[in-house]
Design a protein around this ligand. Sequence first.
Ligand code: LLP
Length: 417
Amino acid sequence: MTISPDLDGARLARLAEEHSTPTWVYDAQHIRAQIARLRSFDVIRFAQKACSNTHILRLMRTEGVLVDAVSQGELERALTAGYDVAGPNEPVVFTADLLDRATLRRVVELGVPVNAGSPQMLDQVGAASPGHRVWIRINPGFGHGHSRKTNTGGEHSKHGIWHEHLAQSLELVDRHGLDLIGLHMHIGSGVDYDHLEAVCETMVKQVRRCGRDVRAISAGGGLSVPYEPGQPEVDTERYFRIWDAARQELVSELGHPVRLEIEPGRFLVAGSGVLLSEVRAQKPVGANHFVLVDAGFNDLMRPAMYGSSHRVSVLTPDGAPRVTPQRQTVLAGPLCESGDVFTQLEGGEVESVPMPRVEIGDLVVFHDTGAYGASMSSTYNSRPLIPEVLVDGPDTRLIRRRQSVAELLSLETNLPA
Ligand code: LLP
């Protein structure tokens, strides 16, 4: 079992030994290779919600990738990773549907451009900082995602400014003398080519309707990755050509260059990451065979949240792959909650899937967990956050240590009675 030339079973077993389990591991070379596939775009802006470790952000910055932030925490992460907010092409953009008071103050203090997902954001930024640089995120009236929960367009979505309300938003831009950089659309995670064509068409119409001299458009994120064997890789050049055609139309109408941005999260990091866990129990339960590992949905939430499935490999403690014999297995975690099952459908029904027979002490490796893995973790059941390790060729770096139980309790201890 090999994730990449640099990350084989033996190395994963050594990392599990050194850092204990559960632990996240990322492969830097994989991230660089994914970045290279998107170089045709003028700006690649990493949606850091997918994986916001500051060391990963530093890697992105070194590769010339810019960044998006959706909270004050993500803003501070970008600064810690060395992003210069005053650099060319707006290195950091704040994208959200609301601005809480503290974040508004920070965004204004730093002069970070705001991608407004509601008219109130434009009004609040404009009142606090006339002339501020803004983007407008438009909900084009339709969306598409790998799950209902990752569809971010249409009338069931809270995201973006409704496409029919652009004129009112532009009035706010004018009232506050805001500097409109561009228009942005992100219709969901897992976009297909048909929806892509539709988004591009809507983008051109909206820029026309806008009647402003926009300098940039953003394609949002949403590029999928193959989670199952046989699922296709996204054709990034085709993706680019579709967007570039829309951009060229605007260039000829506006008579000046229009910057084309893309804002992927998953695409850049999903395949780079694995979650290492250890088998600690297994038992027959009626017709089902349960295998329990020491990672739970507090660590990897995607299966419980979306019914997402992640390919798994089984390794002996010294890293040799187990392949056969196979057994129908329900793979679950340690949490005191029935939904703590990694093999389940979107509605929550537990699923038995073929898996190699395991022994206690074996490693179960969850693949393609570099996106929305660590960044969606919680400390439910008072389980501390787990380490993150970055492998880069022969080098290995611990980029987040394991949280201690004492740290977990420290927010609650020593408070006045
Ligand atoms: N831009 C905006 C404005 C977004 O809201 C998102 C994701 C992205 C870009 C990046 O989307 P991506 O390229 O990663 O699909 N937790 C879910 C995904 C939620 C995505 C939320 N927004 C999952 O694990 O599938």
